[in-house]
Design a protein around this ligand. Structure first.
Ligand SMILES: [Zn+2]
Ligand SMILES: [Zn+2]
Length: 348
């Protein structure tokens, strides 16, 4: 018997020049959620967070079918499980995240962000099992990144639902689904920042602040946070930034070079703006690396025109597709080893 659910449905994207208040691409609708079968899990969402990627979906920056139920960071409670679900039971608290399968050739090679089982499912608006679990009056409503969290109930595959302890507040747990491991994974896994490395992070929103935290845990020094919002810079200080730069006061690259004249070892662009990618390249030293959180835009390519000299100077631009969760965080099982997580073996 399908479950009735109120959901934020993105009917069709609007272009970049249309205001959301005019285009109104999202509406709250009654949808039906299919019962879980096989390795699927029905989750009642208790908290979800808004990510810039959601804005990208609403702007049509991704190849995906519409309409769809938005949202890809959520936390909630398992209500029903399919007959092949091995590690979850009704009542379990879970975080929903874009977790790779951990078994395909890309995952085994350390490129979980390119998981060959997850990516095709995401682009078809389906679960990895092939299911389109949402419908509206008999017509399909597609899934978003295997999560679809802007809804009262969602259906996901078991590997996407990561068990957490019951005392973890849901409004914080949901952040683990994307922003935390995107920012943290970029610094710790993709770049491999080590003790004493100098780091600059451009943009300290949800992703960037977790990059700052990762840099602190990796014992980087200095950790330079760049943003145009003073409150975010204050928060970055609390999270571990040793220096902050307000980019609205002048060229942040000049300011970084005042702190660290030779340029930093690592620059992380976490804003999604192409101009900032260039600033990241300019901020690194002769052997430095810059990493970008640029998003894939359908039919368009994001480019930077001023990277001349980066090859001769041995700078490296490290591509990153929405964070990499390999090495220490190889797929779902590794996230359960977090302090907030819970492994099957420790359950009571
Ligand atoms: Zn996200
Ligand atoms: Zn995989």
């Amino acid at each position: 018997m399908p479950t009735e659910s109120l959901a934020a449905v993105l009917e069709a994207p609007i272009d970049d020049d249309t205001a959301f208040t005019d285009g109104r691409p999202v509406s709250v609708e009654e949808v039906q959620v299919a019962d879980p079968t096989g390795e699927e899990v029905l989750v009642e969402i208790e908290a979800t967070s808004l990510c810039h990627t959601d804005v990208g979906f609403a702007r049509g920056h991704f190849d995906t079918p519409y309409p769809l139920v938005l949202g890809h960071e959520g936390a909630g409670v398992v209500r029903e499980v399919g007959d092949q679900v091995a590690e979850l039971d009704p009542g379990d608290h879970v975080v929903l995240g874009r977790i790779a399968c951990g078994r395909c050739s890309q995952c085994r090679a350390g490129h979980s962000n390119l998981c060959s089982r997850r990516v095709p499912a995401n682009e078809s608006g389906r679960l990895r099992t092939g299911t389109v679990p949402f419908s509206r009056d008999g017509d399909p409503v597609h899934h978003c990144l295997g999560v679809s969290s802007f809804t009262e109930y969602t259906l996901v595959t078991e590997d996407v639902a990561i068990p957490v302890t019951d005392d973890l507040p849901m409004d914080r747990a949901c952040l683990l689904g994307c922003g935390v491991f995107t920012g943290f994974g970029a610094v710790e896994n993709t770049a491999g920042v080590r003790i004493g490395d100098s780091v600059a992070i451009f943009g300290v929103g949800g992703v960037g602040l977790n990059g700052v935290q990762a840099a602190r845990i990796c014992e980087a020094d200095p950790i330079i946070a760049v943003d145009m919002v003073p409150e975010k810079l204050d928060l970055a200080r609390e999270m571990g930034a040793t220096h902050t730069i307000d980019a609205s006061d002048g060229d942040p690259v000049d300011a970084i070079r005042e702190i660290f004249p030779e340029g930093v070892d690592y620059a992380f662009e976490m804003t999604g703006h192409s101009g900032v990618i260039t600033q990241g390249l300019d901020a690194v030293g002769s052997k430095g690396k810059s990493s970008s959180s640029a998003f894939r835009r359908s039919g368009r390519s994001r480019s930077t025109s001023t990277c001349t000299g980066c090859c001769s100077a041995r700078r490296r631009s490290v591509g990153r597709c929405r964070g990499r969760t390999t090495s220490r965080w190889r797929s779902r099982s590794s996230l359960t080893s977090w302090p907030t997580g819970r492994s099957r073996s420790t359950r009571s």
